[in-house]
Design a protein around this ligand. Sequence first.
Ligand SMILES: Nc1ncnc2c1ncn2[C@@H]1O[C@H](COP(=O)(O)OP(=O)(O)OP(=O)(O)O)[C@@H](O)[C@H]1O
Ligand SMILES: [Mg+2]
Length: 286
Amino acid sequence: MSLIEKAAEKLTHSAPVPTGTGVPAPAVSFEAQSATAPENAWQAKVDLARLRGLNIITPNGDYSATAEEFRMVKRPLLNNAFGAEGQKFKNANLIMVTSCFPGEGKSFCTLNLAMSFAMEMDRTVLLVDADVSKPTMLNVLGIEAEKGLLDLLEDKDLNPADVLIKTSVPNLTLLPAGRRNANATELLASETMARLLDDLAHRYPDRVILFDSPPLLVTTESSVLSTHMGQIVMVIEAGKTPQPAIKAALGMLSSCAYVGLLLNKTQTHLGFDKYGYGYGYGYGRS
Ligand SMILES: Nc1ncnc2c1ncn2[C@@H]1O[C@H](COP(=O)(O)OP(=O)(O)OP(=O)(O)O)[C@@H](O)[C@H]1O
Ligand SMILES: [Mg+2]
């Protein structure tokens, strides 16, 4: 029985969980994560004020340049995954965000993309913190949890339902990185991980599964993960990421059918000069 099937089975045998704050995350099943989950299903409250302070898009937020820019970034990704012609690539709904080096904006872009996807009318998003050695998602979202992806991969008795967190942001579910593990790289490269990703991609073909990940040129995890992804968004820091590094990183992603380049921290917005950050988006291989 696959991990997901175990989760589904568990749901049918578990009692409904009442609304409440400060209650530890209960066994939340994949089914309970859906857009149609009842209003009173347990949800972890996201700290929206904190997100706004970090220039992260929030649902029903006012117009912002960031929201507008990420709208443009997400369109081709959605089109590849769910466009009229169907999935253009294998597992096109599995999307990983990565970059060459630390600090170029992977987590920032992942979270903004996740929020932007979640605001689509008919999409649900599973945000996976796969930067297991330097996880940030729980902290930035203001959510507390212990277990996550690594625990799921190591502990055969755990189900996805035990570690998934439905958030107070409609349509957004989080899979945190989990507890530190000396064998993290091996776990991410394991058959169990491959099966989990395949299950996720196929069981929820209408769901975006978005992965934050470690820097490509500093660790081995991202290149291993990339082999399972349908699409990759590679963040490049404007004026900083050296061109040879970008070429080397693209070479490591050769197994992935679609690699998008996201130019982060530019000084222009929609072609006009501006102060602050902006984004350019294009696709490239070398
Ligand atoms: N476009 C942007 N606008 C505003 N702040 C940004 C932008 N991009 C990144 N930052 C900020 O820069 C810092 C580094 O970004 P982030 O943590 O996303 O990088 P990272 O690539 O995930 O780093 P690491 O490899 O260490 O995980 C953070 O404080 C983030 O909020
Ligand atoms: Mg990060």
